[in-house]
Design a protein around this ligand. Structure first.
Ligand SMILES: [Zn+2]
Length: 426
């Protein structure tokens, strides 16, 4: 039975509002409520999902529609169901309301990333209801804990249940939204993301009495090191991808605006500083947490070597967590499909490959061999401050822009599955 497109649109918006109303703030996460919501909708349409709890209430949901040709690598639609905390007092509308106002659906997660989760859910159900068989397996993964490092989410599934999430291609977050550069419009599609290396750096020196000032204390040394770290840029390196991105944008690398600088070097940022325990004691130890980010092609080791050059041989460096960068080739049929359909959906705009300085679940799925792209399309008006709504106050999704994206996303997914729009929708 083919599905009326308008009712599909409405259902997808309803799913988004429904998911926003489930408070999955991480910490603590409690993604089980989102998994239960998705599981109920899927099983009602005849798809039996698998729920894997990495810890109590930290649920991951995976579902699959088997394709005709098991030799073709599966396509996985991926999202995370947790959201970052809110400062509710600073919101114009309640952050877990899913309210519709000013042409937007409001709420935490509306952009990051319950809208894509709603789209993925809707598409799975639509395919099942229409009774079509895709030419390759289609997997849905809606996972926990992305906002706190993916330990109980994508990383857990990749390490403990790889058979559930092994795919040839993954469509995940961050990409496909309108980027305005002067008069021109672009759609960045994430093909690469930086890795991270979180380090605790500690220095020790003789303790003493606060009434006897000295220059050689752990605090003074740490202060020096932090100034050095924040004022010493790490080595600039242009990967072929960033050259291509800047080339598409017509920007010379040496003239690249601040937005692009983290894409051209490893970076290191002090984030948590600790020293001292009593107001009249000079502490013998000071430590700082350093948020390190690595370019594709770099490793934990090469990053630590570069950090050493800045801080010298003496401070202790202890790696608390790390994950490798990931990069996929834009030279694939799926990327070409994304590019051509996006450019057709917004004539005059260009879809371009992009590197995310942050981290997503893609880096974990890539470890199982998947080619991962960030493609969760939304068309924006120039006045919509989309980027700043990620993790910001008043996060909201423009409905028109989301429905434009839903149509484009549906086209890309169905075409890649060897299906036509008319096979599923009327
Ligand atoms: Zn996200």
């Amino acid at each position: 039975m083919r599905i009326a497109w308008e009712s599909f649109e409405q259902e997808t918006l309803d799913h988004l509002a429904g998911l926003i109303r489930l408070d999955t703030t991480n910490p603590p996460g409690n993604e089980r409520i989102a998994s239960e919501y998705l599981a109920a909708k899927l099983s009602r349409s005849g798809i039996e999902p698998t729920i894997v709890e990495a810890a109590p209430t930290r649920a991951n949901l995976v579902a699959r529609i088997a394709g005709r040709d098991s030799a073709k690598p599966p396509l996985m639609l991926s999202s995370h169901t947790d959201v970052v905390p809110v400062e509710a007092a600073r919101w114009t509308r309640p952050p877990f309301s899913g309210e519709v106002a000013d042409g937007c659906i409001w709420g935490r997660g509306s952009i990051d990333m319950k809208a894509k989760c709603a789209m993925d859910l809707g598409l799975m159900i639509a395919l099942k209801r229409a009774g079509v068989i895709p030419e390759r397996d289609l997997i849905l993964a809606a996972v926990a804990d992305e906002e706190a490092g993916s330990e109980l989410g994508a990383r857990y599934l990749v390490e403990n249940h790889p058979e559930l999430v092994r795919a040839g291609f993954v469509l995940n977050e961050t990409g496909g939204f309108t980027l305005f550069m002067g008069e021109r419009r672009f759609y960045p599609v994430q093909v690469a993301e930086k890795g991270f290396v979180t380090v605790r750096m500690t220095v020790m020196a003789a303790p003493g009495h606060g009434s006897m000032p000295r220059a050689d204390t752990a605090i003074a040394w740490m202060a020096d090191l932090i100034v050095r770290i924040t004022r010493t840029p790490m080595r600039r390196r242009l990967t072929p991808l960033i050259r291509e991105t800047l080339g598409e944008l017509g920007i010379a690398p040496e003239k690249a605006p601040p937005l692009f600088r983290p894409m051209m070097a490893n970076t290191v940022t002090p984030t948590i500083l600790r020293a001292g325990y009593k107001d009249n004691v000079i502490p013998g130890e000071a430590s700082v947490i350093l948020d390190g980010r690595t370019l594709p092609g770099e490793s934990e080791r090469s990053f630590l070597r570069e950090l050493r050059e800045i801080v010298g041989p003496e401070p202790t460096l202890e790696v608390l967590k790390s994950a490798a960068p990931a990069e996929a080739s834009p030279d694939t049929p799926l990327f070409r499909l994304i590019k051509s359909r996006t450019e057709a959906a917004d004539p005059g705009a260009r879809a371009i490959p992009w590197m995310l300085p942050g981290a997503t679940d893609s880096k974990f799925y890539a470890q199982l061999g998947a080619t991962c792209y960030g493609f969760a399309p939304v068309r924006l008006e120039p006045k919509m401050p989309f980027g700043s709504l990620y993790h910001g106050n008043d996060e909201r999704m423009p409905i028109d822009g989301m429905l434009w994206g839903l149509r484009l996303y549906t086209d890309v997914v169905l075409t890649f599955l060897g299906l036509r729009f008319e096979d599923v929708f009327a």
